[in-house]
Design a protein. Structure first.
Length: 124
């Protein structure tokens, strides 16, 4: 038996893998240049920013985590403290710098929320 799976997102890949485990010949078709579906990074600002399922909350009995385990894909469990990691060096950023960046980021979010509440934001 042969099956065509349309889409190489996480569901398509999981379905193809399960079918292969059952001995089915599988072909996966994907219209985009790379697999992953909505698990994609946006690099328009010069650095990768996750726009999909890169961060998963609740790993206990989570089918995605089971798939990662079965496929031998490592993932990192995030704790309450989530350190900022430098893209350039791959090392944890100094805690004081991380706290300053977080403070500025939160201030920007507060300003945007204020604009939205007042209706000052427009498309320009």
């Amino acid at each position: 038996m042969s099956v065509v799976v349309v889409g190489a997102g996480i569901s398509g890949i999981a379905a193809a893998r399960q079918l292969q485990n059952f001995g089915v010949n599988v072909v996966v078709l994907e219209i985009k240049e790379k697999a992953g579906g909505r698990i994609v990074d946006d690099c328009s600002f010069g650095v990768p920013v996750g726009r999909g399922g890169q961060l998963i909350t609740g790993i206990i009995n989570n089918p995605f985590c089971v798939l990662c385990f079965q496929a031998g894909i490592n993932f990192r469990v995030l704790r309450e403290e989530c350190p900022l990691i430098s893209e350039r060096t791959g090392k944890i950023v100094n805690h004081d710098v991380d706290r300053q960046v977080e403070c500025h980021f939160n201030a920007l979010l507060d300003v945007i929320e204020h604009w939205q509440r007042r209706g000052d934001m427009d498309d320009n």
